[in-house]
Structures are given as C-alpha cells and as structure tokens.
Design a protein around this ligand. Structure first.
Ligand SMILES: Cc1cc2nc3c(=O)[nH]c(=O)nc-3n(C[C@H](O)[C@H](O)[C@H](O)COP(=O)(O)O)c2cc1C
Length: 266
C-alpha cells in the first residue's frame, strides 16, 4: 500500500451536518447521498451465526465493524511494584456519577495479561490515559507481546508522573489522564462453552488531570487541540476528521412537528 505523508497541519473543521434540511420522518433515500447509500443494499447481506464462526474471524470482523473505538492507555503496577503500560480499545465511559470507565482484556489460553493481573491483584489503583496523535507510535509499541512482568514504560519513550491518589504513574505526554480504583473485575464466561475468555474492568475514576492548553473557555476539552486517536479494524488507527453539531430535539419544542410528520404518513 502506498502511503501519503502524515498531514501535520490538518485541523478538524466544524461543517454542516450531512442533511441540514432533514425533517421528521424524511427517508434516507430523499437525498442523492442517501440514495447512493441505500443502493448498496442491493448487494444483499452476509449473516453470520457467531456460534459457527471461527473466533479469530469474529475478532477481525468485530474490530473492523465496531468503530471508531477510543483507546484506554492503561498504566498499572504489580504487588511487587513493577509498572506496566498497555493500550486497550474495548474501552468506554460507563457513567459520569459515579464517574466510571470500562475496558476489557482478553485472556490467552495460557496466561492472563499483566494489566488484568495488576488491576485485580494490586490494591493500589491504576491510571487510564488518552492517546493523542504526537505519541501514538510510543503507545502502540507498548502493545508488544513481551514476557510477563516486563515494564513497557522502558521502551516507550514516555514519561512517568506520580499520581496523587493511586500507586501507578500517569503518562505525562497524555493531555487527559484518569486515576482509577477497581470497582469490579468481571470475568466473562462463554455461555455455551464455559471458557473464561475476558475480564471486563469497571473502574471508578477518582482524579482527572487535563492539560490546560487543550481546554476551551467553557472548561471542556477542545478536540482540535486534543488530537485524540481512535482504533479502527486490523492495525488501523484514525484521527478525528471534520465534525458537525446536531441539536438534541426536545419533545416540548418539537411535538407539533413530530405529530405533523406522523399524520402526513397516514
Ligand atoms: C490500539 C490497541 C488496542 C488494543 N486493545 C486491546 C483490548 O481492548 N483488549 C485486549 O485484551 N488487548 C488489546 N490490545 C492488545 C494489548 O495492548 C496487548 O496484548 C498488550 O501486550 C497487553 O499488555 P500487558 O500484558 O502488559 O497487559 C490492544 C493493542 C493495541 C495496539
């Protein structure tokens, strides 16, 4: 595959949404782009019974379809004090109150990942750091299949900052870091085969550290400065492209328009 150079001066722009004049009930086919999208359906569907599919094929298919995924860059520490760093993209926010995030670690047939071990066994807590474009190579390198107990900080070129509440360090280069305590580690057991394949970590966020220069005047993270990266399928990452805003409809303001659209259809 021939690659274009990385566009260092790229900035996400705020654009119009795909169909600015959309009204309640309007069909996707009503615009040229929507029609072209729905044309694709003529190719038919491939439906997969997961019970009959190879697990690696499910992995490659699911990580290509469930996109884009944010990435938790997780710093943990073992009971013996050995630090560890690794990325996990089966990650998201669970709730703001209590502030909580989740990530999921797969277990190999013969060993569980250092991150899983440390999160479960060390009582000291861990940090979840968000990755920005300027250090994505550093972060990717920590996913190396090193022997158990290897401290990936040593190869990453990244800098440890002592946390205020937990034992594990946070990543200095990350503009948004969370100090977390384990809320619950749920071992995922396959309902049909009984295999213990994964551990879902629910983490209580105790502290959040945000670099001032990525904050806007409202105290929120400005994505054009933050430059977060996402994980796509295979070994593909993505940067955030152009963005658009859509107001959240409220029943109080929209009821008459909704009703009109429904009655027009009848
Ligand atoms: C961007 C990225 C995302 C990843 N996401 C996950 C994930 O969600 N779950 C998982 O088990 N492994 C994931 N991995 C693989 C782990 O990072 C890798 O197995 C790592 O070596 C685990 O390190 P540890 O044994 O030190 O905990 C991911 C790797 C990369 C590069």
């Amino acid at each position: 595959m021939s690659l274009l150079p990385f566009d260092e001066i790229f900035q996400s722009k705020f654009t119009e949404s795909p169909n600015m004049t959309w009204t309640y009930g309007q069909k996707v086919e009503s615009t040229p782009a929507g029609r072209a999208w729905m044309e694709g359906e003529k190719e038919g569907w491939k439906s997969i019974n997961t019970a009959e599919e190879d697990r690696m094929k499910l992995y490659t298919l699911m990580i290509s379809g469930i996109v884009p995924r944010p990435i938790a860059f997780v710093s943990t520490i073992s009971e013996e004090g050995i630090e560890n760093l690794a990325p996990f993209s089966w990650f998201n926010m669970v709730t703001n109150w209590p502030p909580m995030v989740s990530f999921s670690c797969s277990n190999g047939p013969s060993r569980i990942k250092d991150t899983t071990h440390n999160v479960k066994n060390s009582k000291g807590g861990f940090t979840v750091n968000i990755i920005s474009e300027p250090f994505v190579e550093n972060a990717n390198a920590t996913a190396i299949d090193s022997p158990p107990g290897f401290d990936e900080w040593s190869l990453s070129g990244l800098t440890k900052v002592p946390s205020v509440h937990v034992k594990a360090s946070r990543v200095k280069e990350s503009a948004f870091s969370m100090e977390c305590e384990l809320y619950q580690a749920i071992d995922i057991v396959h309902p049909d085969t009984g295999e213990r394949t994964n551990t879902l970590v629910l983490a209580h966020v105790k502290y959040i550290h945000i670099r001032n220069d990525v904050l806007n005047e409202r105290g929120l993270v400005d994505l054009t400065k933050f430059k977060p990266v996402a994980r796509m399928g295979d070994i593909t990452y993505a940067r955030v492209g152009d963005v658009f805003r859509l107001p959240r409809p409220t029943w109080a303001a929209e009821e008459s328009k909704v009703m009109e659209a429904i009655h027009q259809k009848e």
